[in-house]
Write a protein that binds this ligand. Sequence first.
Ligand code: AMP
Ligand code: MG
Length: 496
Amino acid sequence: MTVHFPFQNTYAALPANFFARVAPTPVTSPRLIKLNRPLALQLGLDPDLLETPEGAEILAGKRLPDGADPIAMAYAGHQFGHFVPQLGDGRAILLGEVVDADGVRRDIQLKGSGPTPFSRRGDGRAALGPVLREYIVSEAMATLGIPTTRSLAAVLTGESVLRETALPGAVLTRVASSHIRVGTFQYFAARRDTEGVRQLADHVIARHYPELADHERPYLALLGAVIARQADLVARWLLVGFIHGVMNTDNSSISGETIDYGPCAFMDHYDPKQVFSSIDEMGRYAYANQPRIAQWNMTRLAECLLPLISDDPDKAVAEAQAAIGEFVEVFDTAYQAGLRRKLGLFSARDDDRILAQDLLDAMARNQADFTLTFRRLSDAALGPDYDGGVRQLFADPAAYDEWAARWRQRLGGEPEDSKQDSRARRTAMRAVNPAFIPRNHRVEAVIEAAVNRDDFVPFENLLAVLSKPYEDQPAFSAYAEPPEPHERVLQTFCGT
Ligand code: AMP
Ligand code: MG
């Protein structure tokens, strides 16, 4: 039996300047580390066959499955604010698309499968560490309910890649609703290829926004729809303490999924200025900057779409600006609603934002752990007798007490019809305030064990814990804890 991929490729049918046809480079001895069996089933793939040696060869790029039409996609992008007219898939190859069990078209892409015409000076390869990080964090985001690319498999290539030192090489099989980025639009716009921008926009509408196909202003509506998804996405990031780390326009997905996990990390103690990425020296992509940056990225998308929005340039600019202005409101609505859920508020009041902000400010001043504060606040919903857990997270517990008194007053003021008993409130809060996130020191420990000792047990354990982020899992309570001072990871690296 050979593995059958039910490919139905559409991107590869676009004009030849959208991509370069290129096959993965074979590697010596592929070894499967991890297959995401539920995702394989969802995609209509046979997990048992993918776990055979032949499956490992496919997932490492050594053997091409029938029906694959391998391409490297062309794109441009602003990297840290500087425009690069040609980036493209330099270490990734799209094998093709399948339509999943829910009828959603999904890209299947190998990341780290060898050089392409877009590799520039890179080797087209990926090291094991970044592959494991992307696998862990993308799957954690999915279980947290945040739109994201997925990880279908991780394989070792049997070859080493040279970074600062020689490291084990690996390939990640990434699944995305598409790999079309803001930078993909920029690629054509930078070449003044308005026809290319239009073909791409039409492809995107058919694929991601089919409800806009009959819109009287489809391209303006497309801009608005992408802005809304990005605004919603970034609100969700902030609500779990996620820092993407490299929000360049080439790492900004048109479908609204989180994409390109590099030096990303979840914060431990709450600090709006938190930056982990070693290459983000100016803090451009700091935690609290992410909404502003997403809006900036959407402005770059708007510039690409201007010629399609209207033949009258002034009108196009005015309409695009109005659409970009909407970002703030969509973001704020999603973010405030999310904060209200995290605080167990079922109704909305104008000054809820102040209540929430005051908690965040107190957390920042008191080095309180972001995830644990909200998780333990869920218990505090039962009453002041249950404050102990959350109090001890604050350097000065009195700062919490002062805030908690106001919170309880506000809870007491919930309108009668939506007044919940405290158990129901606790349950609702626990369903939105995770106990487990992929804490940075845990991810680093997984990578250390895998890279230095070929030990994948920590990787499996961490994945298992993160598969149920909202359950207590007492046997794994240590995974919920922030790092000890000596365990703290202060910097993350792209490692490409
Ligand atoms: P990223 O870090 O994913 O945002 O990548 C930025 C650009 O660098 C993209 O065009 C990548 O394809 C390219 N790139 C990153 N790492 C490599 C590598 N090892 N070989 C070739 N191209 C790479
Ligand atoms: Mg990228």
